[in-house]
Design a protein around this ligand. Structure first.
Ligand code: FPP
Length: 248
């Protein structure tokens, strides 16, 4: 495979990369293994991509680890995923701190099993002063839930007379989202060849460059990430403007 690292322009790095880690189940099935085997091997890719992003200088990496819709999977798979999360967060804490990576989570965390919440909150607390990169896990996350939640919070403030409806600007709305402390993703990567957004960061992806990789998540390595970034850097982000306007 071509070496993509040497082609990356450090001055044009995406500040925020979001990832939909897809294909764990199919990867396992092709090997005649249970789906959970795919998730377990997916952790290696989580480590590779986190390390690669931190090394490059990406400031925010947001991984879709568990969607609200994932609760409808077989109970054993859900339990195994939760256990894997707890184990991984616990095991990787030292490495995160050594690499100055801050752990963060978005989603309906209060509705997660207690043990998952505990491991997560401990990880977030222990890494809160790290400033090299923020690694956010989207857990029990759904963009429609996030948007509904923000809308309700704003509506309450209007009801209480704390805010006028005319003052509900884009900035006010954004400040009520789970991602209020990070820039919108510049690049979204989805693995496994599926081309959907799947209720992920719907508001934030408005101008994001989308990149779909055919590689199943457990096979996704640093060079695949570099390839996505090189592809991203070849694109012209116009934000609704014309090409000529950007060059002026
Ligand atoms: C999608 O593959 C993957 C998930 C729903 C879970 C992702 C979780 C991990 C990689 C492990 C734990 C993560 C962290 C951050 C510690 P799929 O099961 O939908 O695959 P399929 O589409 O082939 O069935």
């Amino acid at each position: 495979m071509e070496d993509f690292l040497s082609q990356i322009d450090d001055a044009k790095l995406p500040e925020h990369v979001a990832v939909i880690m897809d294909g764990n189940g199919r990867w396992a099935k092709e090997k005649n293994k249970p789906r959970v085997f795919g998730h377990k091997n997916g952790v290696t890719s989580v480590r590779e991509v986190s390390e690669a992003c931190a090394e490059l200088g990406v400031k925010f990496l947001t991984l879709y680890a568990f969607s609200t819709e994932n609760w409808s999977r077989p109970k054993a798979e859900v339990t195994a995923l939760m256990t894997l999360l707890v184990e991984t967060v616990r095991r990787e804490l030292k490495t995160l701190s050594k690499n100055k990576i801050r752990l963060h989570a978005i989603g309906n965390i209060e509705q997660l099993p207690k043990a998952t919440q505990k491991a997560l909150l401990k990880g977030i607390e222990e890494t809160k002063d790290n400033d090299r990169m923020t690694l956010t896990l989207a857990l029990n996350y759904s963009a429609r839930w996030e948007i509904m939640n923000a809308t309700q919070k704003i509506a309450q403030q209007v009801e209480q007379g704390l805010l006028k409806s005319a003052d509900v600007t884009e900035a006010v709305f954004t400040s009520h989202l789970e991602t209020h402390n990070m820039p919108d993703p510049a690049l979204l990567i989805r693995t496994s060849g599926e081309m959907r957004i799947s209720n992920y960061l719907l508001w934030q992806l408005a101008y994001t460059e989308l990149y779909f990789s055919p590689v199943y998540w457990p096979d996704f390595r640093k060079n695949h990430l570099y390839e996505a970034i090189v592809n991203f850097q070849q694109r012209e982000r116009r934000f609704g403007k014309t090409s000529d306007q950007l060059q002026a």
